[in-house]
Design a binder for this molecule. Sequence first.
Ligand SMILES: Cc1cc2nc3c(=O)[nH]c(=O)nc-3n(C[C@H](O)[C@H](O)[C@H](O)COP(=O)(O)OP(=O)(O)OC[C@H]3O[C@@H](n4cnc5c(N)ncnc54)[C@H](O)[C@@H]3O)c2cc1C
Ligand SMILES: NC(=O)C1=CN([C@@H]2O[C@H](COP(=O)(O)OP(=O)(O)OC[C@H]3O[C@@H](n4cnc5c(N)ncnc54)[C@H](OP(=O)(O)O)[C@@H]3O)[C@@H](O)[C@H]2O)C=CC1
Length: 533
Amino acid sequence: MAANTKNSFKFVVVGGGIAGVTCSEQLASQFPSADVALVTAAPLIKAVCNFKQVSKTLEEFDVEEKPSTVLEEKYPNLRVIQSAVEALHAQQHAGHRGQRSYSQSAVASTVRMFENDDREVRMPYRTPTLLTVDGLKVHYEKLCICSGGRPKLLTQDNPNVLGIRDTDSAQEFQKRLSQAKRIVVVGNGGIALELVYEVEGCEVVWAVKDNAIGNTFFDVGAAQFLIPTLNTDKPERAATCKRVRYTIDGQPAIQGPDIATGVDRLGQCRAFEEPGSALGPDWHEGIRLRGAEEVCRRVSVEYETEVKRIYTQQEFLLSPLASQTSGSWPVYVELTNGKTFGCDFIVSATGVVPNTEPFLHGNNFELAEDSGLRVDDHMKTSEPDVYSAGDVCTASWEASHLWQQMRLWTQARQMGWYAGRCMAADVLNETIELDFCFELFSHITKFFNYKVVLLGKFNGQGLGLNQELLVRCSKGLEYVKVVLSGGRMVGAVLIGETDLEETFENLILNQMDLTPYRDELLNPNIDIEDYFD
Ligand SMILES: Cc1cc2nc3c(=O)[nH]c(=O)nc-3n(C[C@H](O)[C@H](O)[C@H](O)COP(=O)(O)OP(=O)(O)OC[C@H]3O[C@@H](n4cnc5c(N)ncnc54)[C@H](O)[C@@H]3O)c2cc1C
Ligand SMILES: NC(=O)C1=CN([C@@H]2O[C@H](COP(=O)(O)OP(=O)(O)OC[C@H]3O[C@@H](n4cnc5c(N)ncnc54)[C@H](OP(=O)(O)O)[C@@H]3O)[C@@H](O)[C@H]2O)C=CC1
């Protein structure tokens, strides 16, 4: 049951993804008597469960997609408003708090708007407001924007170029794939790595800009270690997916390989165009990513190439390229390496754009180069009392030399949680230190069925020539890379069951001079954990 039937809240959080849900849970539990609202476009929210702190900075957790009522039941002071925000008037704060000065005309126009509205005139203060597409006005004292990101597509509005972000787009991909004989995957990051490994029954042409696969996570050595896996069969997967997924009417729907049923049920009740929350680590578990052919995995990688032009079938047939390519396909991709491929569709796995719309209009948000909302070390944006966390924001503080932002699930959780704590500290007039999780970058994931742990400057980011790499590799078993700078460990890539993460994390955090131990560090005959005990 919702505690607050009015539209005025002490804390408002926008976005039902990991960042927004974690932030609102943090606030609702810390201030049980304060009204908290979570405004989100999608009917389902994403909540962290089975959280496990693996080591000082490494964490693992599952994420469940749940109906929003679950949150309201857990926190009586938390109200979930399912509606997309279409405007933010953050500047109304300035007039009444005097924190910033804005032009008279800007303030006057917002005041006029409110005087025409009976409900607003009765408000004791002219509080800053969010407007939703359903016409609801939501007033806040502190706001946290966690609206995530959307795929940065190669081209917009081409029905044969798909991006994968949320449940809807994954289902669209699965549906199209089931009819497909060949797809072209463009991009060299997380989604591409997952797709080329998972897709079966369909030829995959993988076009990457770089000279090795997985540039956002790996160097050439790790890529060499992984690439033979593409030509081996996948191990059998457990029959069911351990997480329950829900339809928007709140019923558990999709479980394990039964996704076809789930698609139909979701398809029937899907009546919204709003962005959902981003998929996460196990989005393809239990989903049948199978094309129309009777083949296992068939991937060919086109290195150091980009998309030159995408042709419709009609355009292609009229082009000089038509005489050089056989078969008839709905869409054709011309690459900069001179090759052209016809395919059923193209997956643009080319990164994320922060979802800053519609918050920018009429406000004074500072944006970073990647278009994210700039936040300081207290997750504050440049607008008063507006915080931000997760994929939509860009960390703009002077970061620890061992941390960098990547738009990942773990960072969405950490930022959401820390933003909630900063908002609380602000209200309580307390000081708060930057959380320890921002000391060292750490990420656990799985690629090509190998456990992958990334620590610190795992690819020597920003180190230039000031780095030394130590590598140990056992084909098909493990790949271990350590990045040293000035004799100190600053990063590591661990692929396989290496069991080295905790020791290396400690060595990175304590910045011990490892010069005397360099030759022993990756010696497989030495128990390194004991060695540094
Ligand atoms: C296919 C895929 C696989 C991934 N795999 C991994 C992985 O293995 N490991 C990992 O760490 N990360 C992974 N990620 C990245 C990870 O999912 C994201 O970094 C993380 O979920 C971002 O969380 P968020 O809360 O910031 O944003 P989102 O999850 O995008 O949530 C944004 C929320 O805001 C809402 N919203 C948007 N606009 C509005 C509006 N105007 N009004 C109201 N609500 C709005 C949306 O409905 C949504 O609920 C993956 C991403 C994808 C797409
Ligand atoms: N297991 C995990 O941890 C996973 C994490 N994710 C996360 O989900 C988000 C979305 O994934 P994804 O879309 O793969 O994004 P990523 O940022 O991981 O990768 C994008 C890739 O596309 C390349 N690229 C960008 N523009 C172009 C272009 N015009 N032509 C060709 N290549 C291009 C990038 O190269 P460059 O870097 O040179 O710009 C990069 O290789 C990311 O935040 C990712 O970290 C996704 C799946 C799994």
